[in-house]
Write a protein that binds this ligand. Structure first.
Ligand SMILES: Cc1ncc(COP(=O)(O)O)c(C=O)c1O
Length: 386
């Protein structure tokens, strides 16, 4: 873990801040690119996971495209130099202005999530005098065996169009004059650690593609989304996610002929390279005996624990004590859910110690807010530390 190795150099930076291990980011990118090339797979980075400029520039160097979820993400990707023809754009509620912008940019595909969106996009494309490339985001009704807050592909989910609805409207879909249906898109959820779930997904995709092609559609690609999980429990054991296993599963189970296969990884690329570094402000014990460690970060820098009950491994990286003690680590925000972890075992911790909250590179900074008018956290990159 980078912060532990360079703890003595971190004291000078204003806390809280995100510390990025740029060497690990590069190793992760090397791994995903190397493993994907074995099968000719196409990679997109889900920019929602972290849109930091240096991270984006590094990812672009490795030739990935982008998956975005808003007009502003799309604009950010284009400004960061990503080729529009490598960008896909999903989202259940795209505004007209966002759709118009995506049409103008002529991206690889707008991943459409409802029939009404499809009909609107057809109309807006006609107004713009364009034929827009589209992928149908289908809800495959698969349980991804992850935290229910981040599953996205079960029948009741707000994401994607139900397969049944598509089957009921095939003739209308074929009649859309200003759209070209070039792909099928799915994303079943995030932080998926039970990889057999992806086998079920492949079987569903096989059926969907086969049936729709029999009904007269013709797809150039299948985009199976992101979702590969990381090791939040002991990140040191697995700093780079197991892309090889996932790709082997997809290769063995997805039967889509010579169609392109696309992935949209977010967490798997950036989670482990980021840590939130925060400083201990105070110790105190509640009337019930709960020992609180109050740190200068909060849910405004890293909301995942408060939002989803997510676990992050936490370590005191500067304590000179070897004695472990149990703490409930809490932040500064005026919310009772602003708790990073209950009952975590840390070296005895005192005011001024630095605490690392690990595996925070994904959905950390990009979900930061200015609640309580907190400043947004800064970023420190490993290759710029003297
Ligand atoms: C459509 C879509 N693709 C890709 C991702 C990235 O997922 P992950 O970070 O789990 O790889 C998400 C995340 O929510 C998503 O909604």
């Amino acid at each position: 873990m980078l912060s532990r190795q360079i703890a003595s150099k971190l004291g000078a930076y204003e806390t809280p801040f995100y510390l990025y291990d740029m060497a690990l980011l590069r190793q992760t990118l090397e791994s995903v690119v190397y493993e994907s090339k074995r099968y000719g797979y196409h990679l997109h980075y889900a920019i929602k996971a972290n849109y930091d400029d240096r991270i984006l520039a590094t990812i672009r160097e490795y030739g990935l495209g982008i998956d975005c979820a808003s007009g502003n993400e799309l604009q950010k990707a284009i400004e960061a130099g990503f080729n529009p023809k490598t960008i896909v754009y999903a989202g259940v509620g795209k505004k007209d202005k966002e759709l118009r912008y995506a049409i103008e940019q002529q991206i690889l595909a707008i991943n459409v999530e409802s029939l009404e969106e499809l009909y609107l996009l057809d109309r807006l494309s006609a107004e713009a005098g364009r034929i827009t490339d589209v992928a149908l985001r289908i809800n495959p009704d698969i349980d991804p065996k992850t935290n229910h807050c981040i599953d996205t592909g079960q029948a009741d989910s707000k994401f994607g169009i139900s397969y049944e609805e598509i089957l009921e409207h095939t003739e209308e879909l074929k009649a859309l004059k200003n759209l070209k249906l070039i792909g099928i898109h799915l994303h079943i959820g995030s932080q998926i650690r039970e990889l057999h779930v992806f086998e079920n997904m492949c079987l569903k995709v096989n059926l969907i593609v086969e049936n729709l092609e029999r009904l007269g559609f013709s797809f150039r690609f299948v985009d199976v989304g992101g979702g590969l999980g990381v090791n939040y429990d002991v990140p040191e054991n697995e700093p780079i996610p197991n892309f090889a296993s996932l790709f082997a599963i997809i290769h063995n189970h997805l039967k889509v002929g010579d169609r392109e296969v696309h992935f949209e990884f977010g967490r798997a690329i950036v989670a482990e390279c980021g840590e939130l570094i925060t400083r201990v402000l105070f110790n105190k014990t509640t009337a019930t005996g709960r020992r609180l460690l109050i740190v200068d970060a909060s849910m405004t820098e890293l909301i995942r624990p408060a939002l989803y009950g997510s676990y992050h491994n936490i370590e005191n990286i500067t304590s000179e004590s070897e004695l472990p003690k149990k703490y409930t680590v809490v932040g500064t925000a005026c919310e009772s859910t602003d708790v990073f972890q209950e009952n975590v075992s840390l070296k005895v911790s005192k005011r001024g110690d630095l605490i690392a909250i690990k595996s925070a590179g994904a959905y950390g900074m990009s979900m930061a807010s200015r609640y309580n008018l907190h400043d947004l956290p800064g970023a420190v990159y490993s290759d710029q530390i003297e």
